[in-house]
Design a protein around this ligand. Structure first.
Ligand SMILES: C[S@@+](CC[C@H](N)C(=O)[O-])C[C@H]1O[C@@H](n2cnc3c(N)ncnc32)[C@H](O)[C@@H]1O
Ligand code: SF4
Length: 405
């Protein structure tokens, strides 16, 4: 399910990294654990996730054991390229990790701990749907070492949730947040704006609900119409109206105003937190070029300049690992130009910004015009960093193009 994998070069069966790979022991190491199961598929979603009828023999109750085989394999592969590093962050993403019993998540985490070690102050996040979080689940996750719950709220307005095909009861968000709090977990809420039929007033209601719930962290994403999804088909057939860019821009500004007033600072274009220590360290590691291993079907990894990705279907993933073969389907070593482009793309979206000195000549020359257009902060540029203004955040893709053309 979801978008096709990139082509890439073949990976040897034992998963060995290319000759000459040298890991820098000081680069942080993150672990992503993908859980590719959902009760129903939301109409807009093209993540690599499967409902029970799509599993083609792959078994949800065997998933933890299967994934632990990849953990074993990764330990061997990484031992060959330098000293093993403790995980500084662990992230269970999906799909719906909380569809698995908390004991399975705990076992996977123990496997990671046994293979690499997990830092004492590690951030350990689990993504959850509001319907799947009870007091017992939250307490069990916290007891296994989980520190943070990221809850897929999306909206608090019933007709917006219905337009997104979300099946959860909006009241369950409050229950899930309270359960997480009682268990001592930090809380992040995910929102989507620009759903078909969602008005600015609807969006304000969702934001006010979020602020009243008082999470530590908020992610708010403009609804993206992904090819191949049910929503894309509905729009193509004219059954549903596509999101309006101007309305989505107004929604972004409203989110930033209300969240800032309530004490949440933006630190990435779509992410706000209460203070710097509530930022998602795991996501920051993707945006700042750290190393990470993504376990599970379709998961992507990045180790010392090599990117690789796993076969997508859980059945194919399990088959490869049953044969003690790597589940990696392909890999690439982006050249310097591709790495530079990606660095600008990711860093420019961060509050801390992109060092001007790391831009290539043409990009550096574009900065003055971007300041004049009100897209980049002049004061930050004087300090040597490209930091987006709010208008710049709305036009982040265009700014990146100007910095890299
Ligand atoms: C893939 S989900 C995993 C967590 C959980 N299954 C859930 O939906 O709550 C992570 C987040 O991605 C975001 N997302 C997924 N598809 C999106 C799309 N087409 N446009 C914008 N955001 C999207 C949603 O906000 C969702 O909470
Ligand atoms: S619950 Fe999350 S992962 Fe599953 S289909 Fe919906 S958005 Fe995608």
């Amino acid at each position: 399910m979801g978008a096709a994998l990139p082509p890439g070069d073949p990976v040897p069966r034992d998963g060995a990294l290319p000759a000459g790979t040298a890991v820098d022991p000081k680069t942080p190491f993150g672990v992503y654990l993908h859980v590719p199961f959902c009760r129903v598929r939301c109409g807009y979603c093209d993540f690599n996730t499967y409902t029970s009828t799509e599993l083609q023999g792959a078994k949800q109750d065997e998933y933890a054991d299967t994934l632990l085989r990849e953990v074993d394999l990764a330990r061997g592969v990484l031992s060959d390229v330098g000293p093993l590093r403790e995980a500084s962050t662990v992230f269970f993403g999906g799909g719906t990790p909380t569809l698995l019993p908390p004991g399975d998540l705990a076992r996977m985490l123990e496997g990671v701990r046994g293979a690499f070690g997990v830092a004492d102050d590690a951030e350990i996040t689990v993504e959850a749907n509001p319907d799947t979080v009870t007091d017992a689940t939250a307490a069990e996750l916290a007891a296994s070492g989980v520190t943070r719950l990221s809850i897929g709220m999306q909206s608090s307005v019933p007709h917006v949730l219905a337009a997104l095909d979300r099946t959860h009861d909006p009241a369950n968000v409050e229950t899930a947040v309270a359960a997480a709090r009682r268990a001592g977990l930090a809380v992040s809420l995910d929102l989507i704006y620009g759903a078909p039929g969602e008005s600015l007033a609807d969006w304000r209601r969702s934001l006010e609900t979020v602020i009243a719930l008082g999470p530590d962290h908020v992610s708010a994403y403009a609804l993206i119409i992904e090819d191949g999804t049910k929503l894309a088909r509905q729009i193509r057939r004219g059954e549903v109206v596509a999101p309006d860019d101007d309305l989505q821009a107004d929604m972004y500004e409203l989110a930033d105003d209300l969240l800032a007033e309530a004490g949440y600072d933006w630190y990435e274009v779509s992410n706000w937190s209460r203070g710097a220590d509530q930022r998602s360290r795991h996501n920051l590691s993707y945006w700042t070029d750290a190393d990470w291993w993504g376990f599970g079907p379709g998961a992507h990894s990045h180790i010392a300049g090599t990117r690789f990705w796993n076969v997508k279907h859980p059945a194919a993933y399990a088959q490869r690992l049953a044969l003690r073969e790597t589940p990696a389907a392909g890999r690439e070593q982006p050249d310097a130009a591709a790495r530079d482009l990606e660095r600008v793309l990711l860093r420019t979206r961060l509050r801390d910004g992109m060092p001007v000195a790391e831009l290539l000549g043409e990009g550096r020359h574009a900065v003055a015009a971007l300041i004049a257009d009100g897209l980049v902060e002049g004061a930050a540029a004087v300090r040597g960093r490209v930091v987006l203004t709010r208008r710049g955040r709305l036009l982040a893709d265009a700014v990146v193009r100007a910095l890299t053309d």
